[in-house]
Design a protein around this ligand. Structure first.
Ligand SMILES: Cc1cc2nc3c(=O)[nH]c(=O)nc-3n(C[C@H](O)[C@H](O)[C@H](O)COP(=O)(O)O)c2cc1C
Ligand SMILES: CCCCC(=O)C(=O)O
Length: 370
């Protein structure tokens, strides 16, 4: 095998997930690229998420004769093809005209769970229809920013239920919108003409689905979540957990899972990298409810590290947007396929028959003094 081949995207098809980013950047309006790529304030957390994975080392086991790994995973009582979920990301029409429909088809054809964003540019019913047409058993979770107007929140929940979504993902790290220097500089605060948040459309003429209609409020509390719990039989996942105590409260209130997330570094800057905070959250609730993680997952080895520490699954945000931008449905399929194949390869090299065979002893922290 030669080792001269350049892996740069200029040489042909991308060979790694990261190689999709510069390709997407070439295609996107620079203002929209900044929106997708950016993080809050100094983007310290944005960088920290990826850097923390690089500081962890995998310690493989040898000669265990495990054969080819099986990636199938149970999440919230249902089987999924792999422990890699599509994180909710808003505004897919900025990336590709097929928008969330393409993402949903790609997730469905890969057998992966898509978390549809409340702020999607295609209505949840249409996203669900696209997914189901591709695979009858496609699983869609619905991400919700709980609105203080609980009547409106309930209307959204009913739409998600009626569309066949099988879980609600409540984003809890956004009592205010993160400040993005890039968006401020670009004066990007709403969608361009002709695009709206389809799930926010209402019959009122002054509410045609503008981003500014979204209520991100510091008044939101566990009380709202309790009311949501009483409102629906769907499993509820709390996204944006960093403090172990919050994970404990979520479990006490009957939540079905939590996602350790700092919103991809887009909310409070200087929060810890998610993978460094994961063990603390797992120590608090890991034996009670599944703990997922997102932020900075770019390689199968990153997935394996999070799983080895005890995550039930990971979610990916920006890589999906890059794939969508570059190739619509096919681009997202390629990105998901790469992560799946890299995870399978990593498990093989670690001597594991499946994600469940990874354990904490197989991850070591690289000591920077060595
Ligand atoms: C462009 C973009 C839009 C996002 N929109 C949402 C959203 O509407 N709701 C939400 O809960 N999280 C949103 N997120 C956060 C993601 O769900 C996820 O936490 C984050 O992207 C994970 O980090 P990663 O991009 O490094 O994979 C968004 C992230 C990005 C990059
Ligand atoms: C009001 C836009 C919020 C979408 C979002 O969550 C993000 O861009 O991170």
């Amino acid at each position: 095998m030669t080792t001269t081949a350049k892996t740069s995207s200029a040489q042909g098809a991308p060979l790694s997930v990261r190689e999709y980013e510069p390709l997407a950047r070439e295609l996107l309006d620079p203002v929209h690229h900044d929106y997708f790529a950016g993080g809050a304030h100094d983007e310290i957390t944005l960088r920290a998420n990826e850097a923390a994975f690089a500081r962890l080392a995998l310690v493989p086991r040898i000669l265990r004769g495990r054969g080819r790994p099986d990636l199938t995973t149970d999440l919230l009582g249902r089987r999924t093809s792999m422990p890699i979920v599509l994180a909710p990301t808003a505004f897919h029409r900025l990336a590709h005209p097929d928008a969330e429909r393409a993402t949903a088809r790609a997730a469905a054809s890969t057998g992966a769970i898509m978390i549809a964003a409340m702020l999607s540019t295609v209505a949840v019913e249409e996203i669900a229809a696209a997914a189901r047409k591709t695979a009858g058993d496609a699983q869609l979770w619905f991400q919700l920013y709980v609105q203080r107007d609980m009547g409106f929140t309930e209307a959204l929940v009913r739409r998600a239920e009626d569309a066949g979504c099988t879980a609600l993902v409540v984003t809890a790290d956004s009592p205010a919108l993160g400040r993005h220097v890039r968006n401020d500089r670009n004066d990007f605060h709403d969608l361009p003409p002709g695009m709206v948040c389809e799930n926010l459309r209402s019959l009122r003429a002054d509410e045609p689905g503008h981003v500014r209609q979204v209520d991100l409020s510091p008044e939101l509390s566990w009380d709202h979540v309790r009311r949501l719990r009483a409102m629906t039989g769907l499993p509820i996942v709390i996204k944006g957990v960093l403090h172990p105590e919050d994970a404990r409260i979520a479990a006490d209130l009957g939540m079905d899972a939590v996602i350790v997330s700092n919103h991809g570094g887009r909310q409070l800057d200087t929060t810890p990298a998610t993978v460094t905070q994961l063990p603390r959250v797992l120590d608090a609730v890991g034996d009670r409810i599944p703990v997922l993680l997102d932020g900075g997952v770019r390689r199968g080895t990153d997935v394996a590290k999070a799983l080895a520490l005890g995550a039930a699954a990971v979610a990916v945000g920006r890589p999906v947007v890059w794939g969508l931008t570059v190739g619509g449905q096919q681009g997202v399929e390629q990105v998901l396929g790469m992560l799946r194949d890299e995870l399978a390869h990593t498990l093989t090299l670690c001597g594991c028959a499946g994600p469940a065979e990874l354990d904490r002893d197989m991850v070591a922290r690289e000591d920077p003094r060595w």
